[in-house]
Design a protein around this ligand. Structure first.
Ligand code: RIB
Length: 298
């Protein structure tokens, strides 16, 4: 069983489904509202657990009404939450999400996620040392991302850095990651490049291997040489929230099968994730991934 540590955010997602996105200053009547568990870290932990990994979460919640349900939801998926800190006098992270036509718009208020410190990562150093891989994203303080990269690198544990939301990072940090998993837009921000530059050229210039997500079109990946393409899987998209998280989790879970197959499985898992509402609604189990792989063989 793949043993993973996820260092990242845990949010309550407040989701409104609407016919279209409102213009600035406009009020619209929505169709539906739901609150569901999310956050890039929590989502990646859940997606990995559903795919069969032994998952340990390093994160933080506040002391509000969302805190315990957020932890319980992770534990209910079999995830170890011993390293989820409860921060006093603080709200849990929230994400206000509007979904329309399978697309989304999101505003995140970090709350307790902003108080996840390098100390919390150090407290989990034994777990990290024993992990097959570590997943980290950027909805937590950058110093905590750096601490995760350095610790895992020192312990020879591969780190997948999902640079979302993107910020420019020093090349020295990127070199500590086994893979970075941006989309096209995030890769340009991360490298401080012109967004109009061809993403394949940016992938070649990256200081570490890149697995680039390309929405419904699939993914590109490069360790050395020319970037390779994996076609996306055809599905009916309901809500794209959490697709990137599912992709990252699957990549980590299946990495031991080799990068091309891991990327293929990650594309299939991400496609399945968009077929239901809510970040975690469509996150698949292995049999569903296998069935989709069997339906589309390239
Ligand atoms: O990646 C999707 C996630 O981003 C949502 O669950 C939301 O919480 C935001 O963090």
């Amino acid at each position: 069983m793949t043993r993973l540590v996820v260092v990242g955010s845990i949010n309550m997602d407040l989701v409104t489904v609407a016919q279209r996105f409102p213009a600035p200053g406009e009020t619209l009547l929505g169709e539906r509202f739901l609150s569901v568990h999310g956050g890039k870290g929590g989502n990646q932990a859940v997606a990995a657990a559903r795919l069969g990994a032994d998952v340990h979460m390093v994160g933080a919640v506040g002391d509000d009404d969302f805190a315990q349900p957020l932890c319980d939801a992770l534990a209910a998926e079999g995830i170890d939450v011993e390293h989820v800190a409860h921060i006093d006098d603080c709200s849990s992270g929230t994400a206000s999400i509007t979904v329309s036509g399978g697309e989304n718009q999101i505003i995140v208020v970090p709350g307790a996620n902003a108080q996840l410190t390098p100390r919390h990562v150090m407290n989990a150093q034994d777990l990290i040392s024993r992990a097959d891989a570590v997943l980290v994203q950027m909805e937590i303080p950058l110093e905590t991302v750096e601490a995760t990269l350095r610790l895992a690198h020192d312990r020879h544990v591969p780190v997948i850095l999902n640079p979302a939301p993107a910020q420019r990072l020093q090349a020295e940090w990127l070199q500590l990651a086994r893979y970075i998993t941006p989309n096209q837009h995030e890769l340009a921000i991360l490298l401080g490049a012109d967004p109009s530059e061809d993403f394949r050229a940016l992938m070649r210039r990256s200081p570490c291997p890149v697995v680039l997500t390309h929405g419904a079109e699939g993914a590109w990946f490069r360790e050395e040489g020319e970037p390779q393409h994996q076609r996306g899987f055809n599905v009916e998209a309901v809500d794209s929230t959490g697709a990137g998280d599912t992709f990252n989790a699957a990549l980590a879970v299946f990495l031991h099968e080799g990068l091309p197959l891991a990327v293929r499985k990650a594309c299939a898992a991400a496609a399945l994730s968009v077929t239901r509402l809510g970040a975690r609604g469509g996150m698949p189990h292995p049999a569903e991934v296998d069935a989709l792989l069997a339906r589309q063989r390239d």
